[in-house]
Design a protein around this ligand. Structure first.
Ligand code: PLP
Length: 373
C-alpha cells in the first residue's frame, strides 16, 4: 500500500485558511484520547469554553465549539434562530455574506440585503436607512470578509442593531484571534468562528457563542429546530451542566478539542494584545514589501484586515501560474480571488502561527522571483 502521508511536505500555509498549525498544537492532538464523558475530559472542555469566552469578550454561558467547520457554526446560528417567515437582514460584501443569504433562505426566512462592492466595507448609513424602513428578527454581518480582506465596522453596526429589537449575528471565522473581538461590548447575540484561521488549529471546529437573549428566542420557538445535530438546546446539555454531569448528544471530536485547548492556551500565554499587535506589525511589513515591489492592495487602508491581504494582480501577469510557482518552487500556498475578483487578486493569509516576520520575508522573496520583479 502506498503511504501517501509520508510524501506530504511542510507547506507554508499563507492562503485564506487553513493557516500553519503550531507545533505544540500538533503535539496536543496526539495526546491519548479520553472518553467523551470522562470527567477529566469534561474539565478540558470547561477550560476550553472559559478560554473561548475570554477571547470572544463575552460572559455568554452558551459558548462552545460546534463539531464541524466554520460553515457548521453559520448553520448553527441560523438554524436555531430562524423560523419560517422570519425577516432577516444580511449585509453582503463578499462570498461569506452571500453564503449567509443562502443558509437563511433555505430555512424559509424572508431575506433582505444591504450590499457593498466586493473590496469595500458595508456602509453604516445604508444599514441605518434599512433598519429605519423595516424591522427584522436578525441582522447578520461578516466581521472579516475572507474573500476580499475587508474588515466590516461591526461595532458601529452593533450600535444601530441594539436600538431595534433585532438579534445581532456576526461571523468571526477570520477575525477571532487575529483582531479584537468584543461580543458583549458590541451587543452581539450570535457568533461563530473557525479553528483553522487565527487560532492555528486544523479545520474541524466552529467556536460559537449565543447571548441569553438569543437563548431565550430559541427556548420560545413555535417550531422545533429543524436540524437534530445542531440543536443548541440539546448541545448545551453536553457542554453545560452541573458538577461535570453531562448528557451524551454526539461523540465529541476529543483530539480536536485538545487542539483547540492548546491553540487558545498559546494565545493566552502570548497575551491577547501582543497577539493582535503581532498580526498588525506583520501586516504592515507585508504591505510595505508589496508596495516596494510596485504592487497594490485591493482594500483601502482603513478597512484592511491584518490577517487577510488581497493584492491586486498586475496587468499581464498569469495569476494562476504565480500561485502554482509559489507552491511548487517555494512550498508556499496562497489563495486566488473568488466570484467577481477571480483572476484579479491574490489572497495572502497572515493568520495565527503564520503571522511571523520570517514568513513575510520568505513570501516576498518568492513572489519577486515568480513575477520577475
Ligand atoms: N465565514 C468566513 C468569513 C470564512 O472565511 C469561512 C471559510 O473560509 C467560512 C465562513 C466557512 O468556514 P469553513 O470553510 O470552515 O466551513
Amino acid at each position: 500500500m502506498t503511504q501517501l502521508l509520508r510524501e506530504v511536505p511542510e507547506v507554508l500555509l499563507m492562503g485564506p485558511g487553513p493557516s500553519s498549525v503550531h507545533p505544540e498544537t500538533y503535539k496536543a492532538m496526539s495526546v491519548s484520547t479520553l472518553g467523551h464523558m470522562d470527567t477529566q475530559f469534561i474539565g478540558i472542555m470547561d477550560a476550553t469554553r472559559d478560554m473561548l469566552k475570554r477571547l470572544m469578550g463575552t460572559q455568554n454561558t452558551v459558548t462552545f465549539p460546534v463539531s464541524g467547520t466554520g460553515s457548521a457554526g453559520m448553520e448553527t446560528c441560523f438554524v436555531n434562530l430562524i423560523e419560517p417567515g422570519d425577516r432577516v437582514l444580511i449585509l453582503v460584501n463578499g462570498v461569506f455574506g452571500t453564503r449567509m443569504t443562502d443558509v437563511a433562505g433555505r430555512l424559509g426566512a424572508e431575506v433582505d440585503t444591504v450590499e457593498a462592492e466586493w473590496g469595500e466595507p458595508i456602509d453604516v448609513t445604508a444599514v441605518k436607512r434599512q433598519l429605519e424602513a423595516q424591522s427584522y428578527k436578525i441582522v447578520a454581518v461578516v466581521h472579516a470578509e475572507t474573500s476580499t480582506g475587508v474588515q466590516n465596522p461591526v461595532a458601529e453596526i452593533g450600535e444601530l442593531v441594539r436600538a431595534t429589537d433585532a438579534l445581532y449575528l456576526v461571523d468571526g471565522v477570520t477575525s477571532l484571534g487575529g483582531v479584537p473581538v468584543e461580543l458583549d461590548a458590541w451587543g452581539v447575540d450570535a457568533f461563530y468562528s473557525g479553528t483553522q484561521k487565527c487560532l492555528s488549529v486544523p479545520p474541524g471546529l466552529a467556536p460559537a457563542s449565543l447571548s441569553d437573549r438569543a437563548v431565550s428566542v430559541i427556548e420560545n420557538r413555535a417550531t422545533k429546530v429543524p436540524n437534530w445535530y445542531l440543536d443548541v438546546s440539546m448541545l448545551t446539555k453536553y457542554w453545560q451542566g452541573q458538577d461535570k454531569k453531562r448528557s451524551y448528544h454526539h461523540t465529541a471530536p476529543i483530539n480536536m478539542i485538545y487542539a483547540l485547548h492548546q491553540g487558545l492556551a498559546l494565545i493566552e500565554e502570548e497575551g491577547f494584545e501582543a497577539v493582535f499587535q503581532r498580526h498588525r506589525r506583520v501586516h504592515e511589513r507585508f504591505v510595505s514589501g508589496i508596495e516596494e515591489m510596485g504592487l497594490s492592495m485591493l482594500v483601502a487602508k482603513d478597512y484592511r484586515l491584518p490577517d487577510l491581504n488581497a493584492i491586486t494582480v498586475p496587468d499581464g501577469v498569469d495569476e494562476a501560474a504565480v500561485r502554482a510557482g509559489l507552491r511548487n518552487n517555494h512550498l508556499i500556498e496562497i489563495g486566488a480571488g473568488l466570484g467577481p475578483l477571480a483572476g484579479k487578486i491574490w489572497r495572502v493569509g497572515l493568520m495565527g502561527h503564520t503571522a511571523r516576520e520570517e514568513n513575510v520575508d520568505r513570501f516576498l522573496a518568492a513572489l519577486k522571483e515568480e513575477i520577475g520583479a
